[in-house]
Design a binder for this molecule. Structure first.
Ligand code: HEC
Length: 138
């Protein structure tokens, strides 16, 4: 009886760790989320938005030939380099993210105007997945 109970506890614990695994960043799922970004972005060319190939690890505002908003440009000058972690935060509210970055850097005077990226992604899991997908773009 006790044995059977322990077995059930073990199975429940295993199922628990599986569901934790599902919240990890999933680039394959991120590729599907990226369809929403493709209205404005491609990996290899500028469209409404800058080319995103190699964006993870790149200083913001530096896609060749793309004209960024003054706000986005200022964040790059202040040292914003994209990582999977900060893209997850940025996508929730790009405008607020860039302004907070500049304010935290002591450049509140430059935290004005708005970014040209008018899109927000509310779902945190989708943000994590698409950030993992961005890291695969060359
Ligand atoms: C409606 C068009 C639009 C959509 C949809 C959109 N973006 Fe953007 N994105 C832009 C524009 C325009 C910029 C340039 C921002 C600026 O200059 O202020 C940008 C900038 C960015 C940057 C910064 C790039 C750099 O070179 O520093 C990232 C990262 C980004 N977008 C990711 C995404 C992702 C991921 C999605 C989908 C989840 C997405 N965007 C959806 C228009 C869009």
């Amino acid at each position: 009886m006790v044995r059977k109970f322990l077995a059930i506890v073990t199975i429940t614990a295993a199922a628990g760790s599986l569901s934790t695994g599902a919240s990890a960043q999933d680039a394959a799922k991120g590729e599907a989320v990226f369809k929403q970004c493709q209205t404005c972005h491609r990996a290899d060319k500028n469209m409404v938005g800058p080319a995103l190939g190699g964006v993870i690890g790149r200083k913001t505002g530096t896609a060749a030939g793309f004209t960024y908003s003054p706000l986005n440009h200022a964040a790059g000058e202040a040292g914003l380099v994209w990582s999977q972690a900060n893209v997850v935060e940025y996508l929730a509210d790009p405008n607020a993210y860039l302004k907070k970055f500049l304010t935290d850097k002591g450049q509140a005077d430059k935290a004005t105007g708005s970014t040209k990226m008018t899109f927000k992604l509310a779902n945190e899991q989708q943000r994590k997945d698409v950030a993992a997908y961005l890291a695969t773009l060359k």
